[in-house]
Structure formats: structure tokens, C-alpha cells
Design a protein around this ligand. Structure first.
Ligand code: MG
Length: 175
């Protein structure tokens, strides 16, 4: 039976996964950056597979409801939505729970385009969104060898949260 008293460990780990299918004629958004390519990732929102996986990793780390529960694809409100909105909500929940992000690591799996030339820009944007230094944002890109997934992009993400320092209370003057 689960403990009834809330537990607030010093660190918490979160894991997120997402996948989207490539479709012609739409912009390709990855990590909040629009990349030059002849296809984009389909989805109800802007299809940003990396931001979705980061969002779910953040939410998972604090055992919050996942991205699909918070932003249901059935809700027309989120049609074409900028995925930065989802990430910001997840980050707010992390902060409200008393935590901050220590670092994030990610793997992108896609056949094209090559991520290497865009890696630093994507990492910088993700770092900015999470309030991190770029050296705390890992990004690896792989091709889907032997997976028969050439028309999809997948993202796996882990995040580490640490307890945010308590704000110092002003010392009360002795009367
Ligand atoms: Mg998604």
C-alpha cells in the first residue's frame, strides 16, 4: 500500500517518449526551432516531437498527469498549438512542486534531416526554455537503422530534477 504522507526526495528522475509521422508541406519544428526540410511532423499541435518528450519527462518526474491528459488532442484549442506552451506548463508544475531542472538528455531518432548542423541551436533553445546552461542539455541524433521507421521521428528524453533552494525568510526582529 502506498505511503499516505507525501515524499519529497532531493532528486527526481523523469522519462519521456514521443513519435510523430512526417508529412509533406508543413514546417518541421524540433526543440522549438523550425528546421529547413521538405516535410514536417504531423500532429494536432505543431508536432514538436522533442518538446513533447521533454514535457512528458518533466511531468513524469513529479508524477503529474501526462501531456495527453493536460492538453487532449480532442480539444480544438490545441490545434496547431506552439508546443512551447506545453513545456512552460510542465515547467511551472515542476516549480510549484518545489523542484528545478538539473539537466536533460535526449535522443532523436530520424532518417532526415541531419540534426548535427542544427544541434547547437536546438540545445540553446531548449536550455533557454528550461532556464539551463547549454552544457546541461544533451542531444544525440540517430538514424532508425533496421527499425523500418524512415517516415517517423522519435524522441526519448530523461530529465533530472533537484529540490529548489528555499527562499530565505526575512529574519524577524526581536521585540
Ligand atoms: Mg506528440
Amino acid at each position: 500500500m502506498p505511503k499516505t504522507k507525501a515524499h519529497t526526495p532531493a532528486t527526481r528522475i523523469g522519462y519521456g517518449f514521443d513519435s510523430h509521422e512526417f508529412r509533406p508541406g508543413i514546417p518541421l519544428k524540433i526543440g522549438g526551432i523550425t528546421l529547413p526540410h521538405d516535410k514536417g511532423l504531423g500532429g494536432h499541435s505543431d508536432g514538436d516531437v522533442l518538446l513533447h518528450a521533454i514535457t512528458d519527462a518533466l511531468l513524469g518526474a513529479i508524477a503529474a498527469p501526462d501531456i495527453g491528459a493536460l492538453f487532449p488532442p480532442s480539444d480544438p484549442k490545441w490545434k496547431g498549438a506552439d508546443s512551447v506552451i506545453f513545456l512552460r506548463e510542465a515547467l511551472k508544475r515542476v516549480q510549484d512542486a518545489g523542484y528545478r531542472v538539473a539537466n536533460v538528455d535526449s535522443s532523436l531518432i530520424l532518417m532526415a534531416p541531419k540534426i548535427g548542423p542544427h544541434s547547437a541551436v536546438i540545445r540553446a533553445r531548449v536550455a533557454e526554455l528550461l532556464g539551463l546552461h547549454i552544457n546541461c542539455v544533451g542531444l544525440k541524433a540517430k538514424t532508425p537503422e533496421g527499425l523500418n521507421l524512415d517516415n517517423a521521428a522519435l524522441a526519448h528524453v530523461v530529465v533530472l530534477l533537484e529540490k529548489a533552494p528555499q527562499k530565505k525568510k526575512k529574519a524577524r526582529k526581536k521585540k
